[in-house]
Ligand binder design. Sequence first.
Ligand code: PGA
Length: 263
Amino acid sequence: MTKPLIIANWKLNMTQKQSSEFIKDFAEKVKASQNQVDIILSAPFTSLETVVKALTNNGLEKVTVASQNVSEHESGAFTGEINTEMLKEIGVQAVIVGHSERREIFNETNETIKSKSKKVLDSNLKLIFCCGESLETREKDETDKWIETQIRSAFNDLDFSKVENDQIVIAYEPIWAIGTGKTCDSIEANRVIQNIKDLIKNIFPASLANSTRVLYGGSVKPSTIEEQMAQTAIDGALVGGASLKANDFADIVNFSTKAVLNA
Ligand code: PGA
């Protein structure tokens, strides 16, 4: 079985002080399991460097730090933007691209997301690519088509020659399940994720497709993670609300390894 990957997405939360306190607490609780699970913390820009340092100071140097956004541009007159070099300089190793909140609230199109994804990969950063359907799309029975379009528009004509195995992570996050407490049924999430895995076999080189982990996101909690991880295709979780409390997020990390140990 693939090593689980659990990602915290803190969104617009967590000052530097709160981040440091979180990591101190979290480190105590996950030290024993940290070799059985990959962990990524995705913090707001101003807390990224603090998180990198706090992880090292608390014995969690294997945990990766991600930003929640990046500019698709290299440098220049783009007021308010942050580029990949700036992130790498402070120890960031991954970027979330295509989150539904960026798509919906900040009007990021498939075209913007394609440019950002390319920029992240060209900069040798890990790409955490999000996709997922609205309730309306699901009710029209167009979920699979929608997700295929999101994935194809980002990756269809990408040059994969320099992309490393495991450099891309895909998170399937049905929009209606994000922050609503309504988790997608595990069997249905597993079905969509298996479809994504079949689809990327037609787009990515074989070794990259096989090493790409596909996660579920949307109201993941300590009480849901074991069932989700017990599914055949789900490789981990992208966690929003439940990643803000060290206790809850540590439970999710620790419980995610149970299905693996039991497999
Ligand atoms: P949630 O958020 O866990 O609060 O539903 C998930 C996400 O937006 O990545």
